[in-house]
Unconditional design. Structure first.
Length: 307
């Protein structure tokens, strides 16, 4: 079994067309069956793709004490690294990466003298991926007959762009770059560099590894989307396994809702009762942060807002 592939590069992919209606069904089917799919998206110019990964290397070459300046006003919005459980993994995050203020604030933090190439590539990349995100969201909402809710959720969407680096394991060291997990996002969009490693778990339990490509993005449902859909859409379990030689770079656009997520009542009935209460996305992150050390195996979304 392979990861479903949906082409978002078709010129006739416009709302109201037969191509759009067909893609809406494909998006919903892929998310309901697997919690993820591979998006073919050609709105990222080759030069921008090369620039954003080249500047990622620059970013991780900075001293650790500089990288640790990357903090956030929300749990899990800053630097991550130097952990014994995942020694190969390190990442930094830009809050509000589609805005000049967000990318400039992060760039000034890392490079007080400035780094225009980094800032520009980060913002342009984020704007392109945000376009893909908005298209997926609109298709998904229309497929459930709640297109009228699309504007509300886009308005409260908060983007977080995370740069991810995985070291090549040393002799005798585990090749686990990142342990199996689901994201606490609404949607996550991952884009691999030229070294593979991402694995996603399909509904039959099989792990598949989508190959890296400049026009390939892996769109994954997070726990918040699972709750919104009343479990119609499973959150995507995924991991990183370092089998190839070299340092692996990847980019993740993570989406959170800065507001109340209302459960999709349209999918509830006598045989499918509503399983979650409406909730504030950032309160879920705070709940997880408060309980992670004492109960790391907890299903945080169900403990937080399950009925």
């Amino acid at each position: 079994m392979k990861l479903p592939v949906i082409n978002f590069s078709e010129e006739n992919l416009k709302p109201g067309t037969s191509g759009w209606a067909s893609a809406c069904k494909d998006v919903r089917r892929a998310l309901e069956e697997h919690g993820c799919f591979e998006a073919k998206f050609d709105k990222l110019p080759g030069q921008l793709h090369d620039a954003v990964f080249a500047t990622a290397e620059e970013l991780f070459q900075l001293p650790t004490e500089v990288k640790m300046r990357n903090t956030g006003d929300m749990p899990f919005f800053g630097y991550f690294g130097q952990y014994k459980t995942v020694p190969l993994y390190e990442s930094l995050a830009i809050d509000h990466p589609t805005s000049l203020d967000g990318t400039q604030r992060f760039t000034n933090l890392m490079w007080p003298a400035g780094n225009d190439r980094f800032r520009e590539s980060a913002q342009r990349y984020s704007e392109a991926v945000a376009e893909l995100h908005r298209t997926v969201m609109r298709m998904l909402f229309e497929s459930y007959g709640v297109g009228n809710c699309y504007d509300y959720y886009i308005k409260i969407t908060r983007y977080l762009l995370r740069y991810l680096r995985y070291s090549e394991p040393k002799m005798g060291e585990s090749n686990a770059g990142l342990l199996p997990h689901t994201d606490k996002t609404f949607l996550s969009i991952l884009h691999q560099g030229d070294i593979s490693g991402l694995q996603v778990q399909l509904k039959d339990g099989q792990w598949v590894a989508p190959p890296p490509s400049p026009t390939s993005f892996v769109v994954m449902a997070g726990d918040a989307l699972m709750a919104w859909s009343n479990d119609r859409i499973p959150s995507c379990n995924h991991q990183v396994i370092m089998k190839d030689k070299g340092i692996r770079y990847s980019l993740g656009m993570f989406t959170f809702m800065d507001g109340i997520i209302h459960i999709l009542e349209e999918v509830g009935d006598e045989t499918h009762p509503i399983k979650y209460k409406s909730f504030h996305h950032f309160e879920l992150l705070q709940f997880m942060n408060s309980n992670l050390k004492t109960n790391p195996n907890m299903c945080f979304i169900k403990a937080f807002c399950g009925v």
